[in-house]
Design a protein around this ligand. Structure first.
Ligand code: DQA
Length: 146
């Protein structure tokens, strides 16, 4: 089983940016944590981050070309603006989980829209970086029962 773990804009600044919302775990620590979790569960994972919308579309298409079984994505602020990311996830038909570190539903009005959600099997919000591991576990179960 192969999973793509995608992170959008400013998530490379985890540990630096707004720790009250996003905690103190760095992006490097997050990737290490996900890689260790996946390897313990015998799953291959590819962790990628970009600050650019088109590059994230390219990563989603790359997941298709590389025959990934599932995608975990935190699109950052593109969650609330990007129809291109919604279309990309719909295009590849790969089971996808949307993750947000913060509890977006308790934040500003402009964070209440998620375009990508319509194409996702599940959304996890407000569980900090542990949300990514929950998303991995969900996908493993989901794919096994497919
Ligand atoms: C975020 C929430 C978004 O609203 C924000 O723009 C981010 C991070 C989260 O992980 O909580 O960049 O996706």
């Amino acid at each position: 089983m192969k999973l793509y773990i995608l992170n959008g804009p400013n998530l490379n600044f985890l540990g630096i940016r707004e720790p009250d919302h996003y905690g103190r775990t760095t992006y490097a620590d997050l990737c290490k944590m996900i890689e260790e979790h996946c390897s313990a569960r015998d799953v291959e994972c590819v962790c990628l981050q970009s600050n650019h919308e088109g590059a994230l579309v390219d990563f989603i298409q790359d997941a298709y070309y590389q025959r990934a079984d599932g995608i975990v994505i935190n699109p950052g602020a593109y969650t609330h603006t990007s129809i291109a990311l919604l279309d990309a996830v719909k295009s590849v038909s790969i089971p996808t989980v949307e993750v947000h570190i913060s509890k977006v539903e308790e934040r500003e009005d402009f964070r209440q829209i998620s375009y990508i959600r319509a194409a996702c099997e599940k959304t996890i919000t407000g569980h900090g970086t542990a949300g990514y591991l929950e998303a991995v576990d969900f996908l493993i179960d989901f794919l096994k029962n497919k």
